[in-house]
Design a binder for this molecule. Structure first.
Ligand SMILES: [Zn+2]
Ligand SMILES: [Zn+2]
Length: 484
């Protein structure tokens, strides 16, 4: 079902960019050509309000353009185009493709096993063991329980002496009660695929270099990558890549940004009293929580369209209906397009939390979680990736952003990085963080799309290792997007 048109939708305010990158589909000759960019993004009937997404929605196109679930439309065959125009080292690309095609049944099995054993952040024990065993069996040197995190891991392969170092990330965590509703089973599988395909290419073409695949826990709130980053897990890397599934048009991807995010927890401390006999003797901590909720709800009308603030009340402690609650807690997340904006927005939200304490006479304590930075996608890597998946597989890559957030943003501030979002088939209203998306993340069509993206990332990564001129461009682009 399409959402109603939004009166007063000043679309220019909502989308950061709608410029396609790469020369998608120009030379594609496969039987399932991708839709034209103009058809996908520019319709007279649909204002492109694509930043009006759900808070945790990685989609980068309006819902009426989403690729419908399997069964409603025949999935594309992804026959590679014969044209290798403008593609770096076609011989190496063919090696990568052959390896991933050969590995495909095992990758599908890995993805489905992880999907069938959903685990919350920092509890990804099944995925940790499955993936480290798999990487070891494919000739990687494996470090389990990496850098003090029980479910983090590292798999390394070095070809010859010297050369550059390509980093890759595999996320593994699921969501409470929904399973893999963010599709991290596909991300885990793709990271493994990129690492093994690049290893095969380094060996087959005798290219020096190193591949480091990190298993990164707790993307859904724990900031596993930030912890690994702070502990030196990315120090050796010259660049890093990963991908993320989302709703979107069929055969499309985005190398746009995502929002910065700050988790904020607040606790209110009051005084218990008999709610019927002597309520005036109590100080109601739950009242403070409700006032804070109301204050922030009022604030929400005065914030920018791409800002987000969302919270829940709880957990409480020893609550009973006939007792004035002496304790309440709330968990909030705030999001803005850039990290500097986040600090400004945070002050306004914290003022609401403090005001509620003052109004009720409660004491309060505010605790800040690890902030996630916005994504600084590397434009040179994005252009290279877009060219490969566009020319070879007919994918359209845009630079439209999303209001979701990822701890990979912090990685992109530190080193040249790429994090394409890619479309999988979804049902109406079935974006990231819904039970329907968990179902989508297990489909064959979603897997096939992830494999195309994996090929594109592997070849982009391989070029980083083997082409000095390209790496210089990537470094230059990194300095540009990070303002250095
Ligand atoms: Zn998520
Ligand atoms: Zn996710």
């Amino acid at each position: 079902m399409s959402p109603p048109r939004l009166p007063g939708c000043f679309s220019a305010l909502f989308h950061r960019s709608s410029k396609p990158s790469g020369k998608a589909n120009k030379d594609a000759t496969n039987k399932s050509p991708a839709p034209k960019y103009e058809d996908v993004y520019k319709s007279d009937l649909t204002p492109p309000c694509r930043q009006m997404n759900l808070c945790c929605d990685f989609s980068y196109a309006p819902p009426e353009k989403w690729w419908p679930s399997e069964g409603e439309e025949k999935p594309p065959a992804y026959s590679p185009s014969d044209s290798l125009k403008d593609i770096y080292r076609p011989d190496v690309l063919r090696t990568i493709e052959r390896k991933l095609d050969e590995l495909n049944p095992e990758l599908r099995d890995l993805s489905l096993q992880i999907h069938g054993h959903p685990e919350l952040g920092f509890e990804e024990k099944f995925a940790h063991d499955l993936l480290t065993d798999f990487m070891f069996s494919h000739g990687f040197t494996v470090t389990r329980h990496y850098l003090g995190l029980d479910t983090a891991w590292r798999a390394e392969f070095q070809r010859s002496e010297g050369g550059r170092v390509l980093g890759i990330n595999s996320e593994m965590d699921a969501l409470p009660g929904m399973g893999h509703a963010c599709g991290h089973n596909l991300i885990a599988m793709s990271g493994v695929g990129v690492a093994i395909a690049v290893k095969a290419a380094l060996e087959a073409h005798d290219i020096p270099g190193k591949v480091i695949l990190l298993g990164t826990p707790a993307e859904e709130g724990g900031g596993g990558k930030i912890i690994l980053l702070d502990r030196g897990g990315y120090d050796e890397m010259d660049a890093c890549v990963m991908c993320h599934p989302s709703p979107g048009p069929q055969q499309s991807a985005s190398t746009g940004s995502t929002n910065a995010m700050q988790p904020i927890n607040v606790e209110y401390f009051g005084l218990a009293a008999h709610a019927g006999a002597s309520p005036w003797e109590g100080t109601n901590a739950l009242d403070a929580a409700f006032l804070a909720y109301s204050g922030i709800s009022v604030l929400r009308q005065q914030i920018k369209p791409d800002h987000r603030v969302h919270g829940i009340i709880g957990p409480g402690k020893d609550w009973a209906v006939n007792v004035i609650p002496d304790y309440a807690s709330m968990q909030w997340i705030i999001r803005t397009a850039t990290y500097p904006e986040l600090k400004v927005f945070q002050e306004r939200v914290v003022a609401c939390l403090q005001a509620a304490a003052m109004a009720t006479g409660c004491e309060y304590k505010i605790t800040y979680g690890l902030p996630y930075y916005d994504l600084h996608q590397n434009p040179a890597m994005g252009e290279e990736f877009s060219k490969i998946v566009g020319h070879r597989y007919g994918f359209i890559t845009s630079t439209d952003g999303s209001t979701a957030s990822t701890d990979f943003g912090n990685v992109t501030y530190r080193l040249p990085s790429l994090h394409p979002m890619f479309a999988i088939p979804t049902s109406p209203g079935g974006g990231n963080h819904t039970p329907a998306f968990a179902q989508s993340a297990s489909t064959k069509a979603a897997h096939d799309a992830a494999i195309v993206i994996t090929k594109g990332l592997a070849h982009t990564g391989l070029r980083l290792l083997s082409d000095d001129a390209f790496f210089a461009q990537v470094q230059c682009a990194h300095q540009m997007v990070n303002g250095k």
